[in-house]
Design a protein around this ligand. Structure first.
Ligand code: FE2
Length: 255
């Protein structure tokens, strides 16, 4: 699997404090079936990381993984807070792309109102970037106004939900919304958003299985992320049955 969202780099955000912690997370990812892990440290007002630092740490961690014999490829990326977008020089923005490609992982705020989000995303799209939304299911504003999320998806934005959301790690409301999104073809990727090797660990397959979405695993965790990393065409979602107990249908908008 390809995991597009992780906080595996040491000492630069709320991920591991040390390289040992990064190695433990990487080992757990490899054990869970991940072959490529994109390092997406926060780029936010709290963690104002820059592309130089990210590239340097990805290089260092990659070298350590090789020394330790851990079969995991680490690629650079970033999780850019929507509120931080305007502070990154437009000419530098491409350096934050997932795996060096054209897709930016953009994090909506955890607030009930997100004034200006569509304008900021629209501006990125006009400038030639592609936008993958990080865990929109955890954003109260989208849960309150799902049509706002639909409008973004209609504009070509893709969504990456957190595997743990599907099994209630962030509460039943987030779980219900994540499942409804999945049913309504509003989910294009499932990632771990791992922060360590125990609590918020780098696991995806178990959660998909538990949520009855095993039939979409290859598309969600191999085909779509591979296209995102290379900037290739996103393959259409296979028409497969989802298993498990559905908690809620998508009752909004056109879907
Ligand atoms: Fe994250």
């Amino acid at each position: 699997m390809i995991d597009l969202h992780s906080h595996v780099l040491p000492g630069i955000d709320d991920g591991p404090d040390s390289i040992e912690g990064s190695l433990a997370l990487a080992r757990a990812a490899a054990d869970a079936g991940t072959r490529t892990l994109v390092a997406t440290p926060h780029v936010s007002s709290r963690y104002p990381n820059d592309a130089d630092t990210i590239e340097l740490l990805v290089g260092e961690l990659g070298a350590r993984l090789e020394e330790e014999g851990i079969a995991l490829e680490i690629l650079p990326g970033a999780e850019i807070a929507i509120t931080r977008v305007s502070e990154i020089e437009p000419s530098e923005m491409h350096r934050y792309g997932l795996g060096g490609g054209p897709w930016l992982l953009v994090e909506p705020p955890f607030t009930t109102v997100v004034a200006g989000l569509d304008a900021i995303v629209g501006d990125l799209l006009r400038r030639g970037h592609l936008v993958l939304l990080a865990h929109p299911e955890r954003c109260p504003a989208f849960r309150r106004d799902p049509r706002m999320l639909e409008a973004l998806v209609d504009d070509g934005v893709l969504t990456s939900i957190t595997a743990g959301s599907l099994v209630g790690r962030f509460g039943s409301e987030v779980r219900g919304f994540a499942v409804a999104m999945l049913e309504a073809d509003m989910v294009h990727n499932v990632a771990s958003d791992a922060h360590d090797h125990r609590g918020r660990r780098p696991s995806i397959a178990d959660e998909l299985q538990a949520a009855g979405a095993e039939t979409l695993r290859e598309w969600l965790t191999e085909q779509v992320p591979a296209a995102i990393l290379t900037g290739g065409e996103i393959p259409p979602r296979p028409s497969v049955e989802l298993g498990g107990t559905r908690s809620r249908r998508w009752p909004w908008g056109r879907r």
